[in-house]
Design a protein. Structure first.
Length: 356
């Protein structure tokens, strides 16, 4: 029964992300594909959740306080998003108007959908206990639910910490599952395995779909073929410590989201900016992804700003002229991660200690 309820939570989460993503697109005045809009909503959700959760984590509040505060903030945010979407008329017409699919395109789209379903099933069935990481991350969530705390107890031993371990506490990803588990009574293990695991697969394919639509100039046939081929390669690419292996075996972990969602999404947006660095919508989307990247995974701490920095240097080198506006916008996008990095380094040096 818990699995059935988890699937319901997954569907509800997708609806929330879709609404938030659509509102963001309306305010930024652009109309992406539906899968890209879903990704935008996902990052917007965790960007907002991080602001609320970190304030409560660092002040050592109870988990139920996070649940109550976030539900109120989320309800207000969804109401505002609904108003924004309802007021917008032209956006809806632009998104739904005019496009028809040939029989061949429908067949390829159906094949792509079947491949995505098979990948979700494969990812869930292939999950297994693979050691310390599994015990630690799941332990963090179940211990938080049992003790009504956040990062106060060690996830593997269950012992109380002397101080908050900012290596984990600076990211709110797992506490999102914890508060849902506490509210619904569904095991955090079940939620993480079925909701977070399947969602990771769906978002991964949403990024690939969006990237392909951009590269192939909105060609649905070529996009469907590429997504299907990517899924087949992922399932049969049996090499350890690759993004594909994380997606199939460890998709409940934040690292899997970093490797398969955050970094590919960042690369996709950098590709768009390479083509048109003056489009403010692209910069707004990149800033959102960078802002939410640490909330999704601490592994994004250095990787995301490194990608942005490499793009800036490469574009300046290719163009052979200084573009102050480009550099400034790139630095702004990197600043959230830089701030997190400063805090984390202060913690590792012992300059910043948050005692329990």
């Amino acid at each position: 029964m818990q699995v059935v309820f988890s699937i319901g939570i997954l569907v509800l989460s997708i609806c929330i992300y879709s609404l938030l993503g659509r509102a963001f697109c309306v305010k930024c005045r652009f109309c992406p594909t539906v899968p890209e809009r879903l990704c935008i909503g996902f990052f917007l959700y965790f960007a907002a959740f991080q602001i609320v959760a970190e304030a409560l984590i660092l002040t050592k509040q109870k988990l139920h306080v996070l649940g109550a505060v976030w539900m109120a903030v989320l309800a207000a945010g969804l109401a505002a998003a609904l108003v924004i979407v309802k007021k917008d008329k032209g956006q809806t017409r632009a998104e739904t108007g005019g496009r028809t699919m040939s029989n061949g395109a429908r067949l390829l789209a159906a094949l792509m959908a079947a491949a995505v379903f098979c990948e979700c099933a494969t990812a869930v069935l292939m999950q297994r206990n693979i050691g310390w990481d599994f015990a630690y991350y799941i332990g963090n969530m179940t211990t938080s639910v049992a003790t009504d705390t956040m990062y106060v107890y060690d996830g593997s031993s269950g012992l109380m910490r002397g101080h908050l371990e900012l290596r984990y506490a600076l990211s709110s990803f797992y506490m999102n599952t914890a508060w849902i588990s506490q509210i619904t009574g569904i095991s955090a293990l079940v939620l993480q395995k079925y909701v977070a695991g399947i969602l990771c697969v769906l978002l991964t394919n949403a990024v690939v779909y969006s990237f392909a639509m951009e590269v192939f100039h909105q060609d649905l046939k070529k996009t469907a073929v590429l997504v299907t081929i990517t899924i087949v390669l992922t399932i049969f690419w049996d090499v350890y410590d690759t993004a594909a292996q994380f997606l199939l075996l460890r998709n409940y972990e934040a690292k899997a989201y970093c490797a398969n969602v955050v970094l590919p999404m960042t690369g996709y947006l950098l590709y768009r900016l390479w083509k048109n660095s003056r489009a403010i919508q692209n910069w707004a989307e990149l800033f959102l992804v960078a802002f939410a990247s640490v909330a999704v995974s601490m592994s994004s701490l250095v990787l995301v700003p490194a990608l942005i920095g490499i793009m800036l240097l490469a574009q300046l080198f290719v163009e052979r002229q200084w573009d102050g506006a480009l550099v400034l916008k790139g630095i702004v996008c990197m600043m959230p991660n830089v701030c997190y990095l400063v805090v984390y380094l202060a913690f590792t040096r012992g300059w910043l200690v948050v005692e329990v």
